[in-house]
Design a protein around this ligand. Structure first.
Ligand SMILES: NC(=O)c1ccc[n+]([C@@H]2O[C@H](COP(=O)([O-])OP(=O)(O)OC[C@H]3O[C@@H](n4cnc5c(N)ncnc54)[C@H](O)[C@@H]3O)[C@@H](O)[C@H]2O)c1
Length: 259
C-alpha cells in the first residue's frame, strides 16, 4: 500500500495511535499533516518523519473548535494542493458513571471525541470530495460495548460509529468512503495516563493483558496498519464499517462457568 502523491491529515497525530499512523503513512510515501492540540507533540511527530526523509507539516489545533481545525485543514490543502484522506485519532478519556460524571467532563469528552470528529470531517470533506478520498475515525471497543465507569467516553465512541455510518451514506455518492477502527487496549500515553490513576499502575497493565485472548495489548502500529488499509484504495469497496482491532477482546464472552 503506497501513498505516493497523496496528502493525509492526521488529527491527534502528536501521540500514540495517530503518531504511529502518521509515521507509517510517511514511510509509504504520503505527505502528512500532523494536527494536534499539543503543538509541540505535533512538531515532534513531523520532525521524526522529516528525519527519515519523509514529508510532514505540523499544525496546532483543538479539534473541538471548527475555526481551528478548519484553518489547519485549509492551510494544508492550500500548501499541498488537496487532501486525500483524514484520520481522526484525537481523543480523551475520563472516568465516571451517570451520577458522578460532571457536566464539564461530559461536555469536554463529547466535544473532543465526537463533535471534534464531525468538525474535522466538515473541514476536510470539501477537499475529500474533489479527490474521492477517505475518512478513518478511531473509535474503540467501547463504541460497541462498555466497561464500567466510562459513561461519557463510551457514549462518545458509540456516537462516533453513528457519525461514521451517517457520513458514509451521505457522501457515498461523492465517492468518499468513511470507516472506523475499534481498538482494544493499546500501549500509548493515554493508557499510561489511565494506569497512573490507579494505586498500582502495573496491575492495570496486567489486567489489560489478561482481558485480551491474544494475551497482550496492542502496539500503536498494529492499529495504524488497519487505519492505512481503510485510508487506501485497497479498501475501495469498504464504507460505513467498524473494524475491531482488539486481539479478540469483544469475541470472548466475559465470565465462564469454569472460571
Ligand atoms: N490507547 C488505547 O488503549 C485506546 C483504545 C481504544 C481507542 N483509543 C482511541 O484512540 C485514539 C488515540 O488514542 P491514543 O491512545 O493514541 O491517545 P494519546 O493520548 O496517546 O493521543 C491522543 C492525541 O490526541 C490529542 N488531542 C487530545 N485532545 C485534542 C483536541 N481537542 N484537539 C486535537 N488533538 C487533541 C492529544 O494531544 C494526543 O496527541 C483516541 O481517540 C482514543 O480514544 C485508544
Amino acid at each position: 500500500m503506497r501513498f505516493d502523491g497523496k496528502c493525509v491529515v492526521v488529527a491527534g497525530g502528536g501521540s500514540g495511535i495517530g503518531r504511529a499512523a502518521a509515521g507509517l503513512l510517511a514511510l509509504r510515501g504520503a505527505r502528512v499533516a500532523v494536527v494536534d492540540q499539543n503543538g509541540e507533540r505535533a512538531e515532534e511527530t513531523a520532525a521524526a518523519i522529516r528525519n527519515e526523509d519523509g514529508v510532514a507539516a505540523a499544525y496546532t489545533a483543538d479539534i473541538s473548535k471548527f475555526a481551528e481545525i478548519d484553518a489547519a485543514v485549509s492551510s494544508e490543502a492550500e500548501r499541498s494542493g488537496g487532501i486525500d484522506a483524514l484520520i481522526v485519532s484525537a481523543g480523551i478519556q475520563r472516568y465516571g458513571n451517570a451520577l458522578d460524571t460532571t457536566e464539564e467532563e461530559w461536555d469536554r469528552v463529547l466535544d473532543v471525541n465526537l463533535k471534534g470528529a464531525w468538525l474535522a470531517a466538515r473541514a476536510a470533506l470539501p477537499y475529500l470530495i474533489v479527490r474521492q478520498g477517505a475518512i478513518v475515525n478511531v473509535s474503540s471497543v467501547q463504541g460497541m460495548a462498555t466497561q464500567k465507569n466510562v459513561l461519557a467516553y463510551t457514549v462518545s465512541k458509540h456516537g462516533m460509529l453513528g457519525l461514521t455510518r451517517s457520513m458514509a451514506v451521505d457522501f457515498a455518492p461523492n465517492g468518499v468512503r468513511v470507516n472506523a477502527v475499534c481498538p482494544g487496549t493499546v500501549d500509548t500515553p493515554m493508557l499510561e495516563w489511565a494506569a497512573g490513576l490507579a494505586p498500582d499502575p502495573a496491575a492495570v497493565y496486567e489486567a489489560c493483558v489478561a482481558m485480551h485472548p491474544l494475551g497482550r495489548i496492542a502496539r500503536p502500529e498494529e492499529i495504524a496498519h488497519v487505519i492505512l488499509f481503510l485510508a487506501h484504495s485497497s479498501s475501495s469497496f469498504v464504507t460505513g464499517s467498524a473494524w475491531t482491532v482488539d486481539g479478540g477482546l469483544l469475541t470472548l464472552l466475559g465470565g465462564s462457568p469454569k472460571g
